[in-house]
Design a protein around this ligand. Structure first.
Ligand SMILES: C[S@@+](CC[C@H](N)C(=O)[O-])C[C@H]1O[C@@H](n2cnc3c(N)ncnc32)[C@H](O)[C@@H]1O
Length: 328
């Protein structure tokens, strides 16, 4: 007799229900409303302004998943929801959940087709203005911990000027420049994302230290004069061939001794660890039509092929890590 049960299948197969319940709880403002204080179902229903019956379904799902606690007839945020979803704490993952719910989740309807055919409807970062904001702000929330960890754990004192290629909203540059007063930075982005970054920088204390340049790093010149180049969560957007091309192009535009800081969900050689990366491979495939996760070994091989000298790998926040290389 074995102890094999189908429990794991049920657990994983209902994962989409857990995710969607969480997204909806976030969308209706459940955690923000509970941040005002514990509430009975009637009080919560009134605070949110949706039917009592459906409030009960969503809040009880959150209790079952461990995000909300129930004491007697009162509900309150648990520690994780209170720290990351209530809107009160410095780390705010509400925008990540909004991005997952409104943009990412619908694209997953195409995963079967993509897997069967190897073809994906390539979106290549063509967004409406509203979707661009959802995407840029969602990715910023996704990578906020990485940005803080990079600023704290990599020694920027040897650098004078940082270029962030595909730098999103500028969140990595802001994190780095806020900890290193002698640095200035350039954000290089496609026009839609560059517009979000410019708006984000208006009135910020970093506006004078960060230039925003629009372009396509496969087509236009990459801005020169920088000695550290951040490439964060960009390699996973592209195929191996295009990544080789990108690494070659970056090398052409920077001087000897410049450092390349590659931040991503680098995996083990089998692409199965970390689990988060193995799952996100589907999202990367669907986002650009060619994305994937890559192992440290693959990246080191590309770096050598394109004339970069790999130096080290450092852990960052959660499953993300940093690979550092130098132009020799
Ligand atoms: C997943 S996001 C990462 C954003 C940011 N680096 C971060 O980690 O938060 C990838 C970014 O690459 C930018 N990007 C994609 N293709 C690009 C290209 N050809 N030239 C410049 N930027 C590009 C996208 O606009 C997007 O903001």
């Amino acid at each position: 007799m074995t102890d094999v049960t189908p429990a794991r299948i049920f657990e994983v197969a209902t994962g989409f229900m857990a995710a969607k319940h969480l997204f909806v709880a976030n969308e209706v403002g459940l955690f923000e409303k509970l941040a005002k204080g514990p509430a009975t179902l009637d009080e919560l229903t009134e605070r949110i302004g949706i039917p009592r019956r459906t409030t009960r379904i969503v809040v009880d799902a959150m209790v079952a998943l461990g995000f909300v606690e129930r004491q007697g007839d009162r509900y309150q945020n648990g520690p994780v929801a209170d720290s990351f979803l209530s809107g009160r704490a410095p780390t705010d993952l509400r925008l990540l959940l909004r991005y997952f719910n409104r943009l990412l989740y619908p694209t997953w309807m195409k995963l079967e087709e993509a897997v069967r055919t190897g073809q994906t409807p390539s979106q290549q970062f063509q967004f409406t203005e509203e979707d661009q904001r959802l995407f840029s702000e969602g990715v910023e929330a996704f990578s906020a911990g990485q940005a803080q960890a990079l600023a704290a754990n990599y020694d920027f004192s040897r650098h004078r000027s940082v270029l962030d290629l595909g730098g999103g909203t500028g969140s990595f540059l802001i994190a780095v420049l806020s900890q290193h007063s002698g640095l200035d930075g350039t954000l290089f982005e496609l026009p839609g994302a560059a517009a979000v970054a410019r708006q984000r920088l208006v009135g910020s204390p970093f506006a004078g230290r960060i230039r925003v340049e629009e372009g396509d790093f496969f087509k236009t010149s990459i801005p020169g004069g920088h000695d550290a180049i951040i490439v964060a969560n960009v390699i996973h957007v592209f195929s191996s061939e295009r990544n080789l091309e990108l690494l070659r192009r970056i090398r052409e535009f920077v001087s000897d001794g410049s450092r390349l800081l590659l931040v991503d969900l680098w995996t083990d050689p089998t692409h199965t660890q970390p689990l988060f990366a193995a799952l996100m491979a589907g999202a990367f495939l669907l986002r650009s039509g060619e994305g994937d996760v890559y192992s440290e070994e693959e990246v080191r091989a590309w770096l050598k092929t394109t004339g970069w000298r790999p130096l080290e790998r450092k852990p960052l926040a959660g499953p993300a890590s940093l690979i550092v290389a130098e132009k020799g």
